[in-house]
Ligand binder design. Structure first.
Ligand code: ADP
Length: 264
């Protein structure tokens, strides 16, 4: 598909059948090849918004568009992949065959499928484990396989729902760096859900900070630091100020947030 593949959300409301209002008047644009995070406390509607973009959930009112198409349309679905917190690998399949699964579901020759699965396995640094079964992998490795499986269809958009939430801090930080490298290598747009503001600041070009009940976008924050980000970024003043600003917005402390001016 040619042209910019942007995401737009206009005045979206989502009410579940039990009456819960999960999203109230949410509007946002995601630029092509951007890394954007949705940050907010549990229950503020981050997953609901991501699931709407994935075409897994309908809006109650308003509109969500992916590349000019409805999220559930075949055109939009063909360009997106979803990564969940649980790697959800099939235990009876090897790493390579787990990664090839999305291509199998789309049809195509075995040789090409396995060739592409090997390519993305190499991208996530797990070529040596192609023949392993999921039970033999660490949590971090399982998540790498899950990300490789998402990349195997060469999506323009990667939707990630707290993918590193279950990992220890060191593994999380390593995977943060790997994810940024993969984003650079593939040119994909990434929409990343997390409740971890440190992770959001480290990874993102922009952060949508959400407030709970019902979920609204309280602030859109730019991270004015170019890629590649390095671990030293975590020790910088800009990083500290950005984290503090997200925290202030989340705590509803508008005065503290406005005092924190962030410059590159
Ligand atoms: P987050 O991802 O920020 O933790 P969610 O999007 O999962 O938040 O949930 C937002 C709100 O919508 C919460 O109050 C949650 O309990 C509610 N919710 C989510 N899914 C459903 C559902 N299928 N039916 C009813 N309420 C739901």
């Amino acid at each position: 598909m040619d042209g910019p593949f942007t995401i737009s959300v206009r005045d979206v409301y989502k009410r579940f059948p039990d009456g819960t209002l999960a999203l109230e008047g949410v509007s946002a644009e995601v630029r092509e090849a951007e890394f954007i995070s949705l940050v907010g406390p549990s229950g503020c509607g981050k997953s609901t918004l991501l699931r709407i973009l994935a075409g897994l959930e309908e809006v109650t009112s308003g509109a969500a568009m992916v590349g000019g198409f409805a999220p559930a349309s075949p055109q939009a679905r063909a360009e997106m992949a979803f990564v969940f917190q649980e790697p959800t690998l099939l235990p009876w399949r090897t790493v390579l065959y787990n990664i090839a699964l999305p291509l199998e579901l789309r049809g195509g020759g075995t040789k090409e499928r396995l060739g592409r699965a090997r390519e993305v396995l190499d991208l996530v640094g797990l070529s040596a484990r192609a023949g392993a079964f999921p039970r033999a992998l660490s949590g971090g490795m399982k998540m790498r396989v899950s990300i490789a499986r998402a990349l195997v269809t060469r999506p323009k958009i990667l939707l990630m729902d707290e993918p590193f939430g279950a990992l220890d801090e060191l593994t999380r930080q390593r995977l943060n760096d790997e994810l940024l490298a993969l984003k650079q290598a593939t040119g994909a747009t990434v929409v990343f859900v997390t409740h971890n503001m440190f992770e959001a600041v480290y990874l993102s070009q922009r952060i949508l900070v959400m407030t709970p009940h019902p979920g609204r976008i309280a602030e859109v924050l730019e991270v004015p630091v170019p890629y590649p980000r390095t671990p030293e970024f975590r020790a910088s003043e800009t990083y500290g100020k950005l984290v503090y600003r997200v925290l202030s917005v989340l705590e509803g402390d508008a005065k503290a947030a406005s005092r924190t001016e962030v410059k590159a």
